[in-house]
Structure formats: structure tokens, C-alpha cells
Design a protein around this ligand. Structure first.
Ligand SMILES: [Zn+2]
Ligand SMILES: [Zn+2]
Ligand SMILES: [Zn+2]
Length: 86
């Protein structure tokens, strides 16, 4: 039996209809994937929620906070970023 896949090719690269909340605000990868530095979901690539209400990959926000340019602020709303309760 032959199965022809016709309309399935490149749909997963970028989806514009995804709500902003479903992607990491830093790397723009969806939360069911990993940050660009990790290859496998689940390992240490967890999600963190800031008290401001924005969520990021742990690695992404850690890297961001450590840059001097960040000033310790949330990259989305520019409030001081504090880790909220998960
Ligand atoms: Zn990320
Ligand atoms: Zn990661
Ligand atoms: Zn924020």
C-alpha cells in the first residue's frame, strides 16, 4: 500500500496562530520543546514562571539574567524578574 504525504511537509517550522503564551519569550520555541541549547525535552530544560506572569525555559532566562544588558528584568515586560511559584 502506498501512502502519499502531500500537505504535510513544512508546517511545523513556524506557526503564526500559536498564542504568544505558548512559546518561550526569549527563544520563541514552544514550551513542549527545549531551548536551543538542549536537544532532549525533559532533562534539565524545565520551565519557570516569573512573578510577572511570563514563562521561559529555565536555561533561557538564566542566560538572559546573566547578561548585563538584561539588568535583571523580564525581557517581555521589563519588570524585575523574580521566579514565581511553579
Ligand atoms: Zn526558551
Ligand atoms: Zn535548555
Ligand atoms: Zn514579564
Amino acid at each position: 500500500m502506498k501512502v502519499r504525504i502531500t500537505s504535510y511537509t513544512a508546517t511545523a517550522v513556524w506557526r503564526w496562530d500559536v498564542p504568544e503564551d505558548d512559546v518561550c519569550g526569549i527563544c520563541r520555541v514552544q514550551f513542549d520543546g527545549t531551548c536551543p541549547n538542549c536537544r532532549f525535552p525533559g532533562d534539565d530544560c524545565s520551565l519557570v514562571n516569573g512573578k510577572c506572569g511570563h514563562s521561559f525555559h529555565l536555561h533561557c532566562i538564566n542566560d538572559w539574567i546573566q547578561t548585563e544588558a538584561s539588568g535583571g528584568l523580564c525581557p517581555m515586560c521589563r519588570q524585575k524578574f523574580e521566579f514565581g511559584a511553579v
